[in-house]
Each structure stands twice: as C-alpha cells, then as structure tokens.
Design a protein around this ligand. Sequence first.
Ligand code: HEM
Length: 496
Amino acid sequence: MIFELILIAVALFAYFKIAKPYFSYLKYRKYGKGFYYPILGEMIEQEQDLKQHADADYSVHHALDKDPDQKLFVTNLGTKVKLRLIEPEIIKDFFSKSQYYQKDQTFIQNITRFLKNGIVFSEGNTWKESRKLFSPAFHYEYIQKLTPLINDITDTIFNLAVKNQELKNFDPIAQIQEITGRVIIASFFGEVIEGEKFQGLTIIQCLSHIINTLGNQTYSIMYFLFGSKYFELGVTEEHRKFNKFIAEFNKYLLQKIDQQIEIMSNELQTKGYIQNPCILAQLISTHKIDEITRNQLFQDFKTFYIAGMDTTGHLLGMTIYYVSQNKDIYTKLQSEIDSNTDQSAHGLIKNLPYLNAVIKETLRYYGPGNILFDRIAIKDHELAGIPIKKGTIVTPYAMSMQRNSKYYQDPHKYNPSRWLEKQSSDLHPDANIPFSAGQRKCIGEQLALLEARIILNKFIKMFDFTCPQDYKLMMNYKFLSEPVNPLPLQLTLRKQ
Ligand code: HEM
C-alpha cells in the first residue's frame, strides 16, 4: 500500500512538475528555438555557459547568430514556460500591452522583502502615483543642475583613492558605485544624511551590504528550493542577525527621513524657500509631499538608490574595462577629452561625441539593464499574432537583440565608432533599448547618462590605466551581469 502511494506521488510530481510544463513548452516551440530542462530550466544554461565560455550570458548574447530573424526563444523557469522576446516588433507589441503583465516573483521575492512596493516593483495605482510624483525631478532640466554635485562627489572619491593608495588595485565598479550611491542620496535628501553612520557603517555601506546579501541568498540552492521564506524565517543565526540588521536599519532610515522633512519644512516656513535643491525639498516646497505616505516615500527612496547605484556603477566600470582592452579606443577617447575645455553638462555632450559613443556602445554591448525583470502574463492574449497563455513568463531580452547582425555590423565587437558612422542613423529605432521602453522605461536615464559623462571624463583626465594581462574576465549573472572577480586596474596619476 505504501509503495503504491509513493508511486502515485512520484507520478503526480512527474506529471505536474515535469511533463505538463514540457507540453506547454512544446506548444510555443513552433514560434522559436529553445530548450527545456526540467525544474532547473535556464539555470542549467547559465551554469554551462559560465563553465565553457566564462560568461553566464554567452548563449543569450549569441542567440541570434544563426537565425537573425527569430522573434522569440522558448525555455523554462522552474515549472513555468518562459519566452525571451528578441525581435524589435514583438518587443514593441509587448510594451504596448503592459496591462497584461506583472513582474514575476521568482527572482524578486527576496529583494522585495527589503524594497517592498518601491517604484520598480509596485503595480497599478501605487506605481502610477509614485511615477507621477517623481517624474518631474528626473527631467533633464532638473537633472543638469546636479552637475556641480556630481563633479564634487567624483572628485572626492577619486582623490580619496589617491590618498588611500588604492591605485594599484582599483576596482572601478566598486569605486564608481560609491560615487553613484552618494549622488542619489544627496540628490534625494540633500547632503546632510550622507555622513551619518549606522552600526559603524555609512548609509551607502549599509544599503550595499543588504543588497549584496539578498543577491547572494537569491542565487543559492536554498532559495531555489524554498524561496525567500526560508531566509525570512531566520533558520540560522546568520540569517537572524541579518534580518535584525534590516529591521533596525529600516527604523533608523525612516527616522532620518522624518527628521529631514521636519528640518526642511521649518526652513520653508521661516525663510519662504528651501536652500537645498534636492528632490525632497522640491516635494516639500510644492506641497506634493502630502500626496505620498511616509512609508511609500521611504520604499521609493531605497528603490531609487538600488536602481541607480548598481546599474550606473556597472556601466562605467565595464566601460573602463573595455577601453583598457583596446588601445585605439583608449587613445581616441583620451585625446578627445584632453582637447575639450568646456566641462558643463552641455559641453560634455556637444564637444565629446566619442565619449558619448563609448557610453552608448557599452549600453548596447553589455548594458546592465539589458535583461528586464521577468514578467508573467496575467491574462490570455496575443503578442505579434502568437497566443500567450496566462501564467507564461514573457521577458524582453535586449541583450540578444542588441547583438543581432541584422541591426549591427559585427555585433560581438565592442566598437564605439559604429554610433558615429553614417549608417547608425539607419538603425531600427526599436533595436536599441538599454533603458527599456514603454511606460515602465527607466526613470533615471538622464541622470545615469549625465553621471556617466562626468565620471568617465574625469577618470580619463585624471588617470592612466591598464588591466593586468593575467586577469581573466568571468561574467556571472546575479541581479545584473557582473565580473566574478573584481576588476583589478592599475592606475597612475596623469600630469595635469
Ligand atoms: C546605466 C544606468 C541604468 C540603466 C542601464 C537602467 C536601466 C533600467 C531598465 C532596463 C529599467 C526597466 C526594468 C524593468 O522594467 O524590468 C529601469 C527601470 C528603472 N530605473 Fe533604471 N537604469 C539605470 C540607471 C538608473 C538611475 C540612475 C535611476 C534613478 C536614480 C534609475 C531608476 C529606475 C527606476 C525607478 C526604474 C523603474 C521604473 C518604473 O517601473 O516605472 N535607473 N532601469
């Protein structure tokens, strides 16, 4: 009897967890190439790619090499079928049908236990209200006013690296994240809260510690088996300690925000204006602060920080690495920067076309947001004529599309000049979306680009740099694609 029961349980498991998803997978296979690995799905591909090519995204980068006309690639994530959209028209259709999708929880459960319903992860009215409230602060007219702030913070961090003798083993991603993190805190709250410490750590260090730990938990076997609940429960002493750290840090940060709001509100009452031009001051002086709950403001702030710090740090860190690998690009970039005297936000665009092309090329070639968060269909519908069933994961993969030979000559070559040559204007307008598209497009694009121009310009002006020949770049995927071993650049100060 027991034996029969076990047999039935195994048969049910095999049917629901392996066979049924496989049949759904087969239905989509007529629309594109793909693979199916029971339960583990695309994690197997990443593992193999990492071992064979030192790049967990190798197959994604090369998905269109043999057939540039493919619309989608079919695979699975656990028991769900996953469609990677890799062609401009179907991606465009996806963005126009955003009402049929929500973010899938598989990989974001753990990060949302810290960021809750902050703007990246919220849906419906909560998202709409946050987006409406914060959008004006991210327009270029406001963002360009942050130029002196970004300049100052960049100088501080680079000078600190010189003073602390960190030039012989300089990790550009970590160092630049220190800049981008400070920029977000300062532009949101003013500089006051930046110097504060919690349990001996700066706010930036606390936030980085939380995000890195949540990322490591997410990409572990226990998460895969039990989800974020396992970590929330605090089974081990280490987990309990970390959960307590999050809870206390949240309390501390919320208190800081309250204090800052009170200080600024008092300033507005007594002087009639607030000196600090930060986003919080804007919300207070226009009385828009009353349109958002304190808790929502708090979750949004943490989310802006995470969304902006990590991505821009990676973009610049990887740009510096690619430039270090190509002497021609390096020489061209350095001579353009050396001959420019206008350091204004406008000057950095007008006088530095090659620098802008370098940034654009890294966004195409590597872009930290080139794989969006997975979406799940919440209703049956059609996408470019393909029937999509509720419960299917559907995610645009700019990472494959931006390596398609149909749109980019020699797509696997890092070549900034492609953006300056005539044919770049012939590019399909929807084939380059490193900041995504549609209504949930990156709100921080202008800030990211301004930071990228200022920081890269300063870095090239200030340092000569090389990457040791024995360093082997190995890229793994966590929330972003990132080097397994930190980049170890050798820097020397240039004569000014
Ligand atoms: C190189 C830098 C950056 C890249 C490549 C990038 C890319 C992206 C992408 C692709 C998305 C869409 C994600 C999805 O829908 O799955 C996104 C969303 C978002 N980004 Fe960025 N981002 C960058 C910098 C920033 C900065 C500096 C900020 C702000 C401080 C920011 C704030 C946001 C927010 C709030 C969202 C969610 C928007 C919404 O859902 O309405 N990002 N970003």
